[in-house]
Each structure stands twice: as C-alpha cells, then as structure tokens.
Design a protein. Structure first.
Length: 157
C-alpha cells in the first residue's frame, strides 16, 4: 500500500463526485455512497500490512532502522578515529619522552658522579615508598636540564 493508491482513490472519488449531479439529474432515485479512505488504509488487510503495530508505516520504520544503523556505524567510526588519535598522541608522547630521557639520563649520571651517589632511584617507580626530601635530586636535575642547550648532552659516565 502506498501513496499512489490513496492518490488514485481520491482522484476517482473526485471524478465520481463531479459526475453524481449529472447522473442524478438523469436518473431518479440514484443512490449516493461515500468511503473513508483513511479507514480503508488502516482497517484493510493490505493497509494493515503496510502499517506497523503502532500506526506508523512499516516503510518509515525501515527507514528509521536504516538511519539508526547509519548513526551506529558513524559512532563506531568516530570511536575508531578517537582510538587511533589517542594511539598516535601516545606514540608522539613516547617519542618526546624518549628524547627527553636520552638527554636527561647522562645529566643524572653526571650529578650522581659529582655528588658521590651510590644509587639514584626513580622516585615512586622503583618500588620506593618513602624518601626524605633531602635526598630528592629532582630540583637540581630540572635546573641543570633547563640550562642545557636543546641539542647538547652533558659529558659524563
């Protein structure tokens, strides 16, 4: 059941309505009838097949389902894009941190040699739970690291 059926039915009704006065003038006792196209669409077997349980056209439901699927696909594509972007960002961070680490490790070795340290731990990443602030060399490393030229690496061990 589609719009063309309703359009054809309405056109036929309009034509019949136009012909009725002429026919009634010729024929005495003519009968006139009316139909409710909306009821035909909602109560006939073909109409019920074209309509969903809640009164929406099943074609519209198919279109809604298709649009929902497209939206879901776009959400999935966006999540993949976001995951890829996060991975790329993490990779860029890793490269940047590796470059910093390569520059700072010789500096830490130099500070260790100059200060006579036996061991320098990476605070909280080496299993260290407590360290007195007096043994924290971070401020000294940052001070010297910031003072270094960008491409220079200290001479050390």
């Amino acid at each position: 059941m589609n719009r063309s059926f309703a359009t054809r039915t309405l056109a036929a009704l309009a034509l019949a309505a136009a012909l009725v006065p002429a026919a009634s003038a010729q024929t005495a006792g003519a009968k006139i009838g009316v139909i409710d196209v909306q009821r035909i669409l909602t109560e006939s077997v073909a109409g019920k097949q074209a309509m969903g349980n809640d009164g929406r056209l099943s074609l519209a439901e198919d279109k809604i389902a298709e649009m929902e699927k497209q939206a879901e696909d776009k959400v999935i594509a966006f999540r993949r894009f976001q995951d890829d972007a996060d991975r790329d960002l993490q990779k860029a961070r890793d490269v940047a941190f590796d470059a910093i680490e390569k520059r700072v490790l010789p500096l830490i070795n130099q500070i260790g040699n100059e200060g006579g340290y036996t061991v320098i731990f990476n605070k909280f990443q080496s299993g260290l739970i407590y360290a007195d602030d007096k043994v924290d060399l971070t401020a000294e490393v940052i001070k010297r690291f910031d003072a270094m030229p960008a491409a220079a690496a200290p001479k050390g061990k």
